[in-house]
Every structure is written in structure tokens, then in C-alpha cells.
Design a protein around this ligand. Structure first.
Ligand SMILES: Nc1ncnc2c1ncn2[C@@H]1O[C@H](COP(=O)(O)OP(=O)(O)OP(=O)(O)O)[C@@H](O)[C@H]1O
Ligand SMILES: [Mg+2]
Length: 409
């Protein structure tokens, strides 16, 4: 495996910056060997708003992960999110080039290039071009056309773009913290890699990563991305409403939300009370957990309704038998799945990152779905690259053998 088997992810979230280091075994399995997370600073709703603070937070989380792993970290996969990210679908068409009409990897590369040709505003850059399906002579639903016979190859793609300035700011922060970004990956896409089962992705499923400042939506079908969206709202909105409602500082509201918060069906008891410090810090007063839930629930409802609106307007024609998988820190809200079932009328579960070994328990929380997903994404990318390199070197070897044989006879 390239770069000494180590693979690293960097999730620059609105709430926390997290670095996860893993080692990829011969079987492709990732063993987590290092982890570092610090409270984020300088990021709002997925955007860098303060370079210095962001750099410092990245450096601090790298240092922690280096200490735990005993390895030097100098780069890896980086997640992106925020309102500067947007997505669209586009088609590409090419004629199959070989005389026997067998589709070669070069044809697939060409058709993907053709799909990239979109009228992109000059201030945007493409982050992903993800094939949703290929069509060979009009036959749909082909996932891997290489080796098939046909004359016309088409591809339907999902394209993710980002405002160039936002991208440059992320890259600048990473580079200044000594972290070279190998590839930038959409957060929702990465989270899906970590919390969804292959069968769900095949059938149709949506991952909703509710973080602090953003909510990332990614719809998968036939094992690949069908639709993505980012909402500029997350758990911080719930916290600030709680702070106003309880007249307590934001830091206290955050603690109360995490320790005692939830939706109403989860916290129906009127007899449990919590001590809440006042804004001035002089007095505390008692409020019932039910009262806290009555502030939290409408905000959670609002976010889920925004997710529903996005899904309704996505143009997706299927029924989503895989349902909805909630992840990200705000998915830890008590009773959120039950509330989402009612609002979305689909099966809902909370997704924890899976598919890794080693020190997996230190990142076994919905908060680290993106970070773990970036590792899984990266490992898969490296494997594909290696297979490609192997097949190129096999090709080179065969042509050498052919030359020798021609020389001999
Ligand atoms: N137990 C809990 N109950 C309710 N909310 C929680 C709990 N634990 C964490 N959260 C909330 O999760 C949010 C942070 O989630 P996460 O770490 O996924 O965000 P992030 O990745 O830093 O931000 P973003 O993805 O929006 O840029 C915060 O709003 C926090 O209050
Ligand atoms: Mg996040």
C-alpha cells in the first residue's frame, strides 16, 4: 500500500476538528491507530471564518493523533461541507473507440470527462464526478461497462462543486498546519461510507449527518450516490434556542442539552428536574426535563422538516426501502429517531461508524461518522489506484513478453 500503509482523515467540523489515523492491512481492513479531537474554532456552518484559529485546531488534533499512534502525520483525506457546496446531475456520451467495440477503461475515462463538461461559474471547482449509472447503446442500469460490447457509451453522473475561495481557504489551513490534503470529500458522502450497510445503499437509503452547524444529506441507490445537499443548520441552533429559553449561557445550555435533553416522547416525566445556572452566574433555578424537551423538540422538528423538503424536491422517484440513517453528533439527541419516523414516514435508525478495527471504540460515536467514512473512502480509493497501477504494469509486462517472443521468432 502506498505511503507506508497509513491513512489519515481530517474532519474540520463546526464543533470539533478530528483527526483519525488508520493502518490498512493486506486484506484492506483499516485498524485505527491514532485519534485526536479538539473543540473547533474558526469554522462556522462548515466554512472557514478565521484562518489562525482553524490552523491551531488542526495542529492540536494532529498532535494528539500523532501522540496516540506514535507516527508522524503529514496528510490525508479532508471532508468538506457548507453552503458553498452544491451538486447537480449531468450526462456524458462517447462513441466506443476500439474496432471490436469492446468497452475499455479508456472509454470509461473519456465518458466521465465528457460528463465533467458543464457550464460551471468561474468561481466554482468540481470536487466529485460520481457515476450513477452507465448506459450501453441505450441499455440502462449498468454499473461497470468495461468489457461489454457496444457502440455508444453514456454515463449519468452526480457532480459536487464548491466555491473556489472556500476550497482554497480549507487547503490553506491544512497546508499551514502541515497537513497535505490528498483529496477533498463531501462530508455526507463520507458519513454514508461509515454508517450504511451495503444492502441499504443498494436498495435506496438516505444518510443525514446532523452536526453542529450543518446537516449533510446524501441519498444512495444501487450502491452509489444519487443526490446530496447541505443545510446550514445543526445542533448549535438547538443549543442557542435552549440558552435563550432557559436564560442560561451557551456553554451551560450545551451541557444541559447533552446530559438532560431530548424530544418529548423520550422525556415525558414531569417529575425530573435539572439545576440551571442563570446568565449572570449568581443563581441557579430548577426546570423540569419536560420543559427542556419542549424547547428542544420544535427545533429538531424544524431541522427534520427541512431535510424532508430537500428530499421531496430531489426528484428521486424511489421509495427508499433502506429508510433514513441519522448520524453526526446531534443524532445522539434522545428520542430523535422516534420523532423522525413520525415526520419522515420512513424507517429511521441512528448510525454509528462501522467497518474498522484496532482502536475503533475511541471513534465509535455518530460524531465521528465523517472521519471514519473518510478513512474507508480513502482505503477504497487507494485500492482502486493500486489495481489500476497493477493492471498497467501487467499490460507493460505483457507487451515486453510479446516483444521478446517477436525477437525470438
Ligand atoms: N448527547 C447529545 N445530545 C444532543 N446533541 C448532542 C449530543 N452530543 C453532541 N451533540 C451535538 O452534536 C453537535 C456536534 O456534532 P458533530 O461533532 O457531528 O458536529 P461537527 O462535525 O463539528 O459540525 P458540522 O458537521 O456541522 O460542521 C453539537 O451541536 C452538539 O451539541
Ligand atoms: Mg460534521
Amino acid at each position: 500500500m502506498a505511503r507506508d500503509n497509513m491513512i489519515v482523515s481530517l474532519d474540520i467540523g463546526s464543533r470539533k476538528v478530528a483527526v483519525i489515523a488508520g493502518e490498512v492491512g493486506r486484506d484492506g481492513q483499516i485498524q485505527v491507530i491514532g485519534f485526536g479531537a479538539v473543540e473547533s474554532a474558526g469554522i462556522r456552518k462548515g466554512n472557514v471564518i478565521d484562518i489562525e484559529n482553524t490552523v491551531r485546531a488542526i495542529e492540536a488534533s494532529i498532535e494528539k493523533a500523532e501522540q496516540m499512534s506514535g507516527r508522524e502525520i503529514d496528510g490525508g483525506y479532508v471532508g468538506i461541507t457548507g453552503l458553498t457546496v452544491s451538486s447537480l446531475n449531468n450526462r456524458g456520451v462517447v462513441a466506443v473507440s476500439s474496432s471490436d467495440q469492446e468497452i475499455m477503461p479508456e472509454d470509461v475515462e473519456r465518458v466521465l470527462q465528457a460528463a465533467r463538461v458543464i457550464a460551471l461559474p468561474h468561481d466554482r471547482r468540481i470536487v466529485h464526478v460520481i457515476p450513477r449509472q452507465y448506459l450501453v447503446d441505450g441499455n440502462e442500469n449498468i454499473l461497470d461497462p468495461i468489457g461489454m460490447i457496444g457502440s455508444r457509451l453514456e454515463v449519468e453522473t452526480h457532480i459536487v462543486t464548491i466555491v473556489n475561495a472556500a476550497l482554497q481557504n480549507i487547503i490553506k489551513c491544512c497546508e499551514r498546519a502541515g497537513f497535505h490534503p490528498w483529496e477533498l470529500v463531501l462530508n455526507g458522502y463520507a458519513s454514508g461510507e461509515a454508517v450504511l450497510y451495503p444492502a441499504e445503499k443498494e436498495l435506496g437509503v438516505v444518510v443525514v449527518d446532523m452536526g453542529g452547524g450543518t446537516t449533510d444529506i446524501a441519498l444512495f441507490e444501487q450502491g452509489t450516490l444519487w443526490y446530496t445537499a447541505v443545510l446550514p443548520i445543526g445542533g448549535d441552533y438547538i443549543t442557542s434556542d435552549l440558552a435563550v429559553g432557559l436564560r442560561t449561557p451557551l456553554t451551560q445550555a450545551e451541557i444541559i442539552k447533552k446530559e438532560h435533553g431530548g424530544t418529548l416522547p423520550a422525556l415525558t416525566s414531569d417529575s425530573e428536574f435539572v439545576d440551571v445556572p442563570s446568565v449572570g452566574g449568581r443563581d441557579t433555578f430548577r426546570v423540569s426535563k419536560k420543559m427542556i424537551a419542549s424547547i428542544i423538540e420544535p427545533r429538531v422538528q424544524e431541522i427534520i422538516n427541512l431535510v424532508k423538503n430537500k428530499l421531496d424536491s430531489s426528484g428521486y422517484p424511489g421509495l427508499l426501502p433502506g429508510g433514513i440513517v441519522l448520524t453526526g453528533g446531534s443524532a445522539l439527541t434522545h428520542g430523535i429517531a422516534e420523532l423522525a419516523v413520525d415526520l419522515l414516514e420512513k424507517p429511521v435508525r441512528v448510525g454509528y461508524p462501522e467497518g474498522i478495527g484496532g482502536l475503533a471504540d475511541v471513534v465509535h460515536s455518530p460524531e465521528y461518522a465523517t472521519g471514519v467514512g473518510l478513512l474507508l473512502y480513502g482505503a477504497r480509493r487507494q485500492q482502486v489506484k493500486e489495481e489500476h497501477e497493477d493492471s498497467l504494469s501487467m499490460k507493460a509486462m505483457f507487451s515486453k513478453v510479446k516483444e521478446w517472443l517477436q525477437d525470438l521468432f
